[in-house]
Design a binder for this molecule. Structure first.
Ligand code: KIV
Length: 269
């Protein structure tokens, strides 16, 4: 079997030109990164969804830089073939472009990430340009951006009005002009995501944005069926690990309570 080449930013970008779909999955720790990488995924996103699926927070807005760096380091230690993208948490890039550059540098230097992602369009384009100028590849993220949950008044599909559609088209164009290498399109109508994808040269990676994006991303716990919180319509579960894990732990409990574990096979003479 031929060894698959290390995924880099230029290789991800080239997939759009070649008409090849890009795959991205989140991971938050060493074993998760190993499994996602073994499955041949192009990009591992250490998403701030960490806050909701791993840390038990209500919103991603509660995740800190220190928490993101801790988990990014664990993923990077798996030395995946996939490109590792660190998600800049709420508060890490809003106050000033200088602070955004400093925090992006921390993702690369302390976290071992190879690129960063941040939420927003036109309003963060200048910040994106500054991070790119520092030599750090940036992935944009527009549409239903979870860090804006309070401004949106909930997790609502974006881009339904013609003004909102035009704004999202402008957002994608300004991220491309600022030097972003890709953009996540989250929670928007299929037609709009398709228009944005056609309008930009950089790849779009969709989540709840229909099939016409250049790639697709899912959250690890949604994909594996091991999250019990709210599951949006787009969160397709390819496994039911909640059941697998609960049944395994129940079998262990029953074995211990009945004196069946440990048996001779699992004991030292
Ligand atoms: O944090 C995350 O997991 C994300 C993806 C849903 C794109 O931002």
């Amino acid at each position: 079997m031929t060894e698959r080449k290390k995924m880099t930013v230029p290789r991800v970008v080239a997939k759009k030109a070649a008409g090849e779909k890009i795959t991205m999955v989140t991971a938050y720790d060493f074993p998760g990164a190993r499994l996602v990488d073994r499955a041949g995924i192009d990009v591992i996103l250490v998403g701030d969804s960490l806050g909701m699926v791993v840390l038990g927070y209500e919103h991603t807005t509660q995740v800190t830089m220190d928490e993101m760096l801790h988990h990014t380091r664990a993923v990077a230690r798996a030395r995946p073939r996939a490109l590792v993208v660190g998600d800049m948490p709420f508060g890490a890039y809003q106050a000033s472009a200088d602070e955004a550059v400093r925090n992006a540098v921390r993702f690369i230097q302390e976290g071992g990430a190879e690129a960063v992602k941040l939420e927003g369009g036109q309003t963060v384009a200048a910040t994106v340009a500054r991070i790119v100028a520092a030599g750090i590849p940036v992935m944009g993220h527009i549409g239903l951006t979870p860090q804006s949950v309070h401004a949106f008044g909930g997790y609502r599909v974006q881009g339904r009005s013609s003004e909102a559609e035009s704004q999202l088209l402008r957002d994608a164009a300004s991220l491309e002009a600022a030097g972003a290498f890709a953009v996540v399109l989250e929670g928007m109508p299929v037609k709009l995501a398709s228009r944005i994808t056609e309008a930009i040269r950089i790849p779009s990676i969709g989540i709840g944005a229909g099939p016409y994006c250049d790639g697709q991303v899912l959250v690890y716990h949604d994909l594996l069926g091991c999250f019990e919180g709210f599951a949006p319509k787009f969160a397709k579960a390819y496994a039911d690990l909640n059941t697998v894990i609960t049944e395994a732990v129940e079998r262990f409990r029953a074995d211990v309570e009945a004196g069946r574990f440990p048996d001779r096979e699992h004991s030292y003479e």
